[in-house]
Design a protein around this ligand. Structure first.
Ligand code: ASP
Length: 355
């Protein structure tokens, strides 16, 4: 039997949920901070009346095809054997369907393959060689995804790993002799990536004027991973979740931590029970902290970000830490937003301040 208290909180939650539905929807796209152009492209699709899933996929294709984005698709940082392996997922709100691929090699746009899994099969997820074979059967071309820049970072990382004579740390004269044609700035970048195995991904969520929502998450995953490692990005409910009645959420950052709290689904559920997108994300970050009993030394070892877009257009970006580690030092975590015109970066709320 429900107590008075639980009845009250249930009715508050229902009240909040119906408020969500009462607001009128509008075109809006949000993404991780690497998605300024992605959001603009997605918005252009929404403005032309395209489906929300077409919009987000067209948006993230920009990053997947960009050799300078080392966290996604072509040019992504490889696994420990120097092979780029990609993960991606899509969810289409109006039809409540999902598709994903894990650990797929040699295909530049895994988000499109995830969509094909969703549309053409009765399954949700295909992985590895068989995902590649599936993609090829639909005419996708196999291509080498490793760029010279990513190969350089991998070689520098490899020198620092246990079987090789080399050390990571300060830019070494030896590195300069090994890669004489590489400028100092690029070498410093490669050393940074080798020292701090980066994560990086793009998550993009869209809402249109009819209140329809979709999302996608696509990544090359954790750099220098063990071949076959699959992160959170293709896991429906972790790297991405869309509930057409409530809203959508996604994540970037260390996938293992996200999988353990089913982050995107937890956020959407939190919103369904009446939390704002901001609180829904912060609550989920607290669950990650709880997994370490709030041990700050352990938590300081990784970054994780969440993005949430509610069905009424209210959105938030949230990070575990106030400062995100980058080759330029610690920078404040941001996310990209487009509600028409140019995209902008907005600050993420955060759970802990990095001292
Ligand atoms: N979440 C991705 C993964 O763990 C990486 C990232 O977002 O940085 O594979």
């Amino acid at each position: 039997m429900l107590s008075r208290r639980s009845l009250l909180s249930a009715s508050t939650a229902l009240g909040a949920a119906s408020q969500v539905a009462a607001q009128s929807p509008k075109n809006i796209v949000i993404s991780s901070a690497n998605g300024l152009t992605c959001c603009e492209v997605a918005m252009a699709h929404l403005e032309r009346g395209k489906d929300t899933l077409d919009a987000v996929i067209a948006g993230v294709n920009v990053n997947e095809l960009d050799p300078e984005d080392n966290s996604v698709g072509y040019g992504g940082l490889p696994n420990e054997e120097g092979v780029v392996e990609l993960d991606a997922s899509v969810m289409h709100g109006p039809t409540r369907r999902a598709g994903s691929v894990g650990s797929i090699r040699n295909i530049k746009t895994p988000s499109k393959v995830a969509r094909l899994v969703m549309e053409e099969t009765k399954h949700i997820m295909l992985v590895g060689d068989n995902a590649l074979r599936f993609a090829k059967s639909y005419g996708f071309k196999e291509e080498d995804l490793l760029t010279e820049k990513s190969r350089l970072a991998w070689l520098v990382w490899k020198r620092g790993s246990s079987n090789w004579n080399g050390s990571m740390g300060k830019p070494s004269a030896r590195l300069k002799t090994l890669f004489p044609e590489v400028d100092d700035q690029l070498l410093a970048w490669a050393e940074f990536k080798a020292m701090y195995p980066p994560t990086g991904t793009i998550n993009c969520l869209a809402l249109n004027g009819k209140g329809e929502m979709s999302g996608t998450t696509t990544t090359s995953g954790l750099a220098w991973k063990i071949p076959g490692r699959v992160g959170d990005s293709p896991i429906i409910g972790a790297g991405l979740f869309v509930d057409q009645d409530t809203g959508a959420a996604g994540s970037t950052g260390l996938g293992e931590e996200n999988i353990r709290v089913c982050g995107a689904h937890t956020i959407v559920e939190n919103m369904r029970h009446g939390m704002s997108p901001k609180d829904a994300c912060l609550d989920t970050l607290k669950r990650i902290a709880r997994n370490y009993n709030n041990n700050m030394t352990e938590l300081a070892k990784f970054d994780i970000n969440f993005y949430a877009l509610r069905k009424d257009g209210v959105y938030a970006g949230a990070a575990l830490w106030s400062g995100r580690r980058s080759s330029q030092g610690f920078t404040s975590p941001k996310f990209a937003v487009n509600d028409g015109g140019k995209s902008r970066l907005e600050e993420c709320v955060f759970l802990f301040e990095r001292k």
